[in-house]
Write a protein that binds this ligand. Structure first.
Ligand code: NCD
Ligand code: ZN
Ligand code: ZN
Ligand code: ZN
Length: 449
């Protein structure tokens, strides 16, 4: 056998621990992991300089935008940002223009993506107006559905429990998960109106509206609806401690439920929000020191399944407005996630094993991404190579994302992605994106049909 590529001089993260080995790649798959002397000859040998080869990072919450929102981000810049940040697979959210909410809009989006992606992309769809359409969305390839409990982003009336229950029942029949933006819409609208009537338009008014309580309320509601439908629920960007407890309890009660946390909700607090102002505004907003400390505890106790960036790029104008109600919430995060958490690993505040579980293993399990999440023979050759010893500084002006700002700009980090391999191909080398456009693949649901 002659392999296509052999990665040599590496430390390889496997289920059996970190081993001094090389990796042989054939096509887009891992063919062998072994001592270098036992690896087959290869057309292409890449020296990893003693760096650590990790299972490809999967970011399960990304807004790639594109189409009519391409001034914020597009498929090429968004996936370039991903691989530059050491991320090999991203899951794209449906709040686009046009909104991903039926098989037509999903197919159109896939067509646009296929031409230009350099990372693998799975698509989430919002719910359609007609529940029969759910089947067609799944057949068109959606890996999951997404529901925003704040607003009718798709075609489903989110205030109608019975309809919601029917929609969840359908998704459970096809075995696809439902990701949830959990902030209670009715509460948000009522509170916003009250603040606006009082003429309040600053950060404090925004924080009053988007409280942890509003989040807890939404989580409670969706879990009780899910309870009747036996569907799989994934709570996005969790920041409320009560919500974390509810998820934990529901899981103990046998519900299929998971949750995710973002880097910004772990690394930043209200003090940072006040310092950075609207640039650091996101939904849910950054939380107090006390909450953030407890969220870290939840991460260390495995109560939170996934770390996801919620990469939400906006134009500079979108991040600046006189009134807080006119500011677009969202923080770009694809290029800062891994350096931030590797720094924590280096500081001894987070086990590498826990990081890999939350950024690769669990995302693959929760979203049913086959042959991803581990470095094993037969698995996809999606590989994130990191240099744990390299120090650097976050430099937002050099982001591949169109959103060249970050609340993490200029901070010091230790541990950086060095090389990224997608589908067996080197796509990022030492910070430079070296991929051919379109090398990424669209991941399709393996749903029961
Ligand atoms: C997201 C966006 O900009 O699309 N914004 C955000 O504040 N997180 C939407 C979302 O994830 O709720
Ligand atoms: Zn088009
Ligand atoms: Zn959200
Ligand atoms: Zn989001």
């Amino acid at each position: 056998m002659i392999a296509d590529t052999v990665l040599c001089n590496a430390k390889v993260y496997t289920k059996r621990g970190i081993v001094q080995a090389g990796i042989a790649i054939e096509g887009d798959k891992i063919a062998k992991i072994s001592k270098e002397t036992n690896l087959p000859p290869a057309c292409n040998r890449v020296n990893l300089d003693g760096c650590l080869a990790l299972p490809g990072m999967i970011d399960s919450h990304v807004h790639l935008r594109g189409q009519l929102l391409s001034s914020r981000e597009d498929f090429s810049t968004g996936t370039s940002a991903a691989v530059a940040g050491g991320i090999t697979t991203v899951l794209d959210m449906p709040n686009n223009k046009p909104v991903t909410k039926d098989s037509t809009s999903l197919k159109e989006r896939i067509l646009h993506a296929e031409r230009s992606i350099v990372a693998n992309v799975g698509f989430l769809s919002a719910f359609p107006e007609r529940l029969q359409e759910i089947e067609h969305i799944v057949r068109a390839g959606a890996v999951a559905f997404k529901v925003y409990l704040t607003d009718d982003v798709g075609g489903l009336d989110i205030d109608d429990d019975e309809l919601m229950s029917k929609a969840l029942l359908k998704t459970s029949a096809y075995g696809v998960p439902v990701a949830v933006h959990a902030e209670d819409g009715q509460a948000i609208h009522a509170l916003t109106k009250r603040e606006q009537r009082l003429g309040h338009k600053n950060l404090d008014a925004y924080l009053k509206v988007h409280s942890p309580k509003v989040e807890t309320k939404a989580v409670k509601r969706i879990l009780s609806i899910a309870n009747q439908s036996n569907s799989q629920i994934h709570i996005c960007h969790i920041t409320s401690l009560d919500a974390v407890s509810l998820v934990k309890r529901a899981r103990t009660d046998g519900l299929s439920v998971s949750c995710e946390i973002t880097p910004h909700h772990l690394f930043l607090t209200l003090a940072d929000l006040r310092k950075h102002g609207t640039r650091a505004l996101t939904d849910p907003p950054l939380r107090s020191n006390r909450i953030v400390e407890h969220l870290w505890d939840a991460v260390r106790k495995h109560d939170i399944d996934i770390i996801a960036s919620d990469h939400a790029p906006h134009t500079r104008a979108g991040k600046e407005a006189e009134s807080i109600w006119d500011v677009s919430p969202g923080i770009p995060g694809l290029e800062t996630l891994l350096p931030l958490f590797l720094t924590k690993v280096n500081e001894g505040h987070l086990a590498l094993k826990n990081l890999i579980r939350m950024t690769s293993e669990r995302p693959a399990e929760v979203f049913h991404l086959q042959n991803e999440g581990h470095l094993e023979v037969g698995y996809k050759a999606n590989i994130t190579v990191v240099d744990l010893h390299k120090t650097g500084q976050i430099e937002a002006s050099r982001f591949h994302s169109k959103a060249k700002y970050s609340p993490f700009d200029h901070i010091q980090v230790k541990g950086l992605p060095a090389k990224t391999f997608v589908n067996g191909q080197l796509v990022m080398d030492n910070g430079e994106v070296v991929a051919r456009r379109g090398i990424g693949r669209v991941l399709r649901s393996k749903a029961r049909k």
